[in-house]
Write a protein that binds this ligand. Sequence first.
Ligand code: NDP
Length: 328
Amino acid sequence: MQYRHLGRAGLQVSELSFGSWVTFSNQADSKLAADIMSAAYEAGVNFFDNAEVYAGGKSEEVMGAALKQLGWRRSSYLVSTKFYWGLTDGVNERNTLNRKRLLEGINGSLKRLQLEYVDLVFCHRPDPTTPIEETIWAMHNIIESGKAFYWGTSEWAASEIVQAIDLAERHHLHKPVMEQPQYNMFDRKRFSGDYVRFYKEYGYGSTTWSPLASGLLTGKYKGGIPKDSRAALKGYDWLQDRMTDKERLAKVDALQPIANELGCTLPQLAIAWCLKNPFVSTVITGASRVEQVHENMKAIDVAPKLTSEYLARIDEIFGFNEKNEEDD
Ligand code: NDP
């Protein structure tokens, strides 16, 4: 496993990390979660991603119980959480990055995770209804209180991030240092067009999500929706159209000859492809079982074999024209 700096921050993250969205609590209890995290940690993963909203707070509880059971040295791993959607209905409790919610939110997350601090904390989405200064001050205060060490954004527009950085610098506050964008062969807009200039200029770190497009890029949805897959889970039926879309499945199918030539599996190819992007600090992988972790971690051996010729073939399959995207 290689470790990459989180953009210009001093912190180093394993190039592959692990996140608990969907899986923890829904598919994995704390015992299985500990086994999954252990497989990742043994492969060199040092970053475990979570969010307040995942499984309505239960994902943090499961990760907290797993970490307690694992008993790792606290300085040997990084944990994150994220805020925006909230956990309970009520004024000031949903879809907000206001000061009250963020300062209350971090206390709840730390309790559920059974930790004194998280390493990274994200604003899970932008909140156009709260002045950005208020959010920046709240994130600064969370860091100053020692409850988190670095803060970042998730799915914010480049212009919003630039505004946050500028304001933080002007007021000598802790500025955001990383973004958590979706990034996979289907969804790559965060690293094209204006974003490329933005990542280059600001040296912003990135912890990217859904490298397998929720499992679509594994090829396992070819014959329909497997009973034991994410798209078959109660509450995730919204994924089903995407997973059975003929055009998308044809693109996944077209990757198979490349995987065969490289001697790897489709999930390994899809994760290795994410690793090739120098603006990616860490690719957050997901898994519902230990075997998937073992398989996915081997993507690090595939990445060096993905030459520019292979990358061009993949671009062609997905109809991606770098020149056009850069000009957008
Ligand atoms: P992926 O796109 O990689 O999907 C992971 C899922 O694919 C697994 O849970 C599993 O689902 C299936 N899978 C994984 N490996 C294999 C394999 N080798 N063979 C077959 N199936 C496999 O990642 P996620 O969508 O889970 O995203 C990763 C992390 O990113 C999340 O946990 C979260 O931390 C973060 N994230 C952040 C978001 C944000 O808004 N900031 C949004 C979404 C995710 P199954 O077995 O159930 O089919």
